[in-house]
Design a protein around this ligand. Structure first.
Ligand code: UD1
Ligand code: CA
Length: 457
């Protein structure tokens, strides 16, 4: 539901370098920081997808040593991206220079992004690149910080950016500046290596600072530019609280986008989306619904409260929930109904079919207009393999039946309630698989007499 963006607004080639070698010690996690997720996608994944949308023509990702998982995630999201390892963490300029081989190939623009800044929007990258086309050497991204502590400060004269001073290196007076460095930068491609190679490590941290290229470029007579964005967009994640804050902001964007596209959210703050959730017009989502990855809901469908959906397709005018669980491969047909306490996995439900209560359907296909009674279970797993259940159009499965797969139930067939079905049922037949009922007339009277006599003794 990310707003679509005209990525081809610029014909200039663009190399994106993503710094993802963060150690993430403050996350207290076995997982590398950039692989932590917001809206069900890694932070690094968000940044890479945004860069692709923003029209990056090549991408380089700088990762830390022994970060196989990070490399895998990069390949998954942008298979063309080149991966570089920064062996020693010597600063942001040093990190960028780890991608020297990519920088040596001429691109018109170079943009630097951080893997732990997932809220950045594609149009911001476009805004960042624009001054390069007009001759600026470096464009720095600034924001007005509520609390500037820890950020690099923009040292300006009029509209001119003179330098970026890291917090630790700033004077008392400079520390009063609230226009701060968001971290992301755009550099003219033909100058990038020249500027970066001149960076020295003479500062409070003893690191090679990317921000030093501002002063270096100026000393060579080049022009700087500033692009200002909201603080939210440059929100960086260093700990779990900041991760949760990023989640809140991204959820809010997804909710706003859903409503703007014609979806009714009765209590938007209680609905959680994935980055890739797709909802058609006039879909209604009741309070307390969670969308895992890969859900598509077509127009006019209603998702009732307390439902949890992932990897599911829901066709138009279908109804799901309350309290439904749709797992990967659930495909709910038009006008079909899935009711409370129903779990569906890897199953197609035909148009107008009804599964109203207390049912598990796994590895099955259900024909149009079939009716699945309360308590029906597909027994799809024998402890070793999964087996399929086929239910024909218009079939009627009586309540509390177990369908032992592999099994097929014909079109228009009936299953008597309480059956354990182990043999295929032909079209329009009745299948019964339960103990036959017997009637013993007057049995209760005899039973009571006997029981009362025994009690009197
Ligand atoms: C940086 C900026 C600062 C800005 C702030 C915004 C510099 C010198 N400072 O500071 O002006 O206000 O971001 O959040 O650029 N990284 C590497 N390898 C390294 C060092 C860093 O890959 O050797 C990566 C980190 O994983 C991170 C990014 O670069 O994604 C920024 O590094 P970090 O140390 O967090 O910089 P800050 O001190 O926050
Ligand atoms: Ca940081």
């Amino acid at each position: 539901m990310t707003p679509s963006h005209n990525a081809q607004s610029s014909s200039r080639s663009c190399l994106a370098i993503v710094l993802a070698a963060g150690e993430g010690t403050r996350m207290k996690s076995a997982r590398p920081k950039v692989l932590h997720q917001v809206a069900n996608r890694s932070m690094l994944g968000h940044v890479l997808a945004t860069l692709a949308q923003a029209g990056a023509t090549s991408t380089a990702v700088v990762i830390g040593p022994d970060c196989e998982d990070v490399a895998k995630e990069v390949q998954k999201i942008s298979s063309q991206a080149r991966i570089f390892v920064q062996k020693d963490r010597l600063g942001t300029a040093h990190a960028v220079l780890s991608a020297r081989e990519s920088l040596a190939q001429p691109a018109d623009d170079v943009i630097i992004a951080f893997g732990d800044t997932p809220l950045i929007l594609p149009e911001t990258f476009t805004k960042l690149r624009a001054p390069l086309a007009e001759g600026a050497a470096v464009v720095a991204m600034g924001f007005e910080a509520k609390d500037p502590t820890g950020y690099g400060r923009f040292i300006t004269e009029g509209n001119e950016l003179l330098a970026i001073r890291e917090h630790r290196d700033a004077s008392e007076v400079e520390r009063l500046i609230t226009l701060c460095n968001g971290g992301l930068m755009a550099i003219r491609g033909d100058l990038a290596l020249t500027l970066l190679d001149r960076v020295e490590n003479k500062n409070a941290k003893g690191e090679y600072y990317l921000t030093d290229i501002v002063e270096i470029a100026r000393s060579l007579g080049h022009r700087m530019a500033i692009a200002v964005v909201s603080e939210e967009e440059v929100h960086g994640v260093n700990d779990r609280a900041q991760l949760a804050a990023a989640e809140r902001m991204i959820q809010d964007r997804l909710r706003q986008a859903a409503m703007a596209s014609g979806v009714t959210l009765i209590a938007p703050e209680t609905v959680f989306f994935s980055h890739d959730t797709r909802l058609g017009q006039d879909v209604v989502v009741e309070p307390h619904v969670v969308f895992g990855p890969g859900v598509v809901v077509e127009e006019g469908a209603v998702i009732h409260s307390f439902s949890h959906l992932e990897g599911a397709q829901i066709a138009s005018a279908a109804g799901v929930g309350p309290f439904a669980r749709l797992r990967p491969g659930a495909a709910i047909g038009p006008k079909a109904k899935v009711g409370n306490f129903v779990e569906i996995k890897n199953t197609e439900l035909g148009a107008g079919a009804k599964v109203s209560h207390l049912t598990y359907l796994g590895d099955a296909s259900v024909g149009a207009e079939a009716n699945i009674g309360a308590g029906t279970i597909t027994c799809n797993y024998d402890g070793f393999a999964k087996h399929r259940t086929e239910i024909g159009e218009g079939a009627f499965i009586g309540s509390n039946s177990s369908l032992v797969a592999p099994i097929s139930i014909g079109k228009g067939a009936f299953v008597g309630s309480g059956s354990v079905i182990t043999e295929n049922i032909p079209d329009d037949a009745l299948g019964l698989g339960r103990g036959r009922q017997t009637i013993k007339e007057g049995w209760a009277i005899l039973f009571r007499d006997k029981a009362q006599a025994a009690k009197r003794k």
